[in-house]
Design a protein around this ligand. Structure first.
Ligand SMILES: NC(=O)c1ccc[n+]([C@@H]2O[C@H](COP(=O)([O-])OP(=O)(O)OC[C@H]3O[C@@H](n4cnc5c(N)ncnc54)[C@H](OP(=O)(O)O)[C@@H]3O)[C@@H](O)[C@H]2O)c1
Length: 234
């Protein structure tokens, strides 16, 4: 085990693309040791090698839909670094946007398993460690879809609304423990998530590096604000 005395330790899910990659790189450059979670072994290892240019890294092949994988992410990180200061529940999925009648059962289940149950499982594992430390921060990556109630966003939007509800309840439950909880809701970003939507124009979407910067600024501010929305410029 490497005991981290002067370095903070961050566990992040869904790391090798989009916002997860931007957050990982920014936190690595700020001196965090990284516990990186992703489900594709080759992509994860290639990304972890890149991050090793900046910091110490533990890479964990994991699927956030599986509770035991979420626990392994946290346990392997703590075994390696001795502590956990930050969990970012970033992994998320968006299936084809469609009105209610067109939502396929499998896609609905996949959306909730990834966007809601995954963050809950990871938080369960992290809170156990953070309570013993008396400190920690959990950041859930939501979406403006949680708050805007747009047409054809029922599966994705309601899953992100559930994540907002989970974040608020957990924050209340953890008062006095030294553990902070934030739900950060970005608007459209230039990542693979929306690139898969047919006909989607993304010129005005935000760069994930810009969003990552705002998330880390929030983290460093020690602000009491827990439900944060970052909309793309009109
Ligand atoms: N892009 C936007 O406009 C936007 C706006 C608001 C919020 N968000 C949120 O931002 C977060 C990051 O998304 P992104 O925009 O950066 O898109 P992205 O590039 O598609 O990143 C999503 C990441 O989550 C991973 N992932 C998906 N299911 C997983 C699972 N079951 N287990 C482990 N990892 C899994 C993906 O891995 P694979 O490649 O292996 O699937 C990928 O690395 C998501 O929570 C998303 O909902 C995105």
């Amino acid at each position: 085990m490497t005991m981290m005395k002067d370095k903070k330790v961050a566990a992040i899910t869904g790391v090798y693309s989009g916002l997860g990659a931007a957050l990982s790189e920014l936190l690595a450059k700020k001196g965090y040791a990284l516990v990186l979670g992703g489900r594709d072994k080759e992509k994860l290892n290639a990304f972890a090698e890149k991050m090793k240019n900046f910091t110490e890294v533990e890479a964990v092949v994991m699927d956030v839909q599986k509770k035991e994988n979420c626990y392994r992410l946290i346990e392997q990180g703590v075994k390696r670094f001795g502590r956990l200061d930050l969990l970012i529940n970033n992994a998320g999925v968006l299936h084809k946007l469609t009105p209610l009648e067109g939502i396929a059962e499998e896609e609905l289940l996949d959306t909730y398993r990834t966007n809601v149950f995954g963050p809950i499982f990871c938080a369960q594992a992290a809170v156990t460690v953070m309570k013993k430390q008396g400190s920690g921060h959990i950041i859930n990556i939501g979406s403006t879809s949680a708050l805007d109630y747009k047409t054809s966003h029922i599966a994705y939007g309601s899953s992100k609304s559930a994540l907002v509800g989970f974040s608020g309840s957990l924050r209340t439950e953890l008062q006095g423990t030294g553990i902070n909880v934030t739900c950060f809701n970005p608007g459209g970003m230039k990542t693979e998530l929306f690139r898969r939507q047919p006909g989607r124009k993304m010129e005005e979407f935000m760069d994930p590096q810009f969003v990552a910067q705002k998330i880390v600024e929030h983290l460093e501010s020690n602000s009491e604000e827990w439900l944060i929305t970052l909309r793309r410029p009109k």
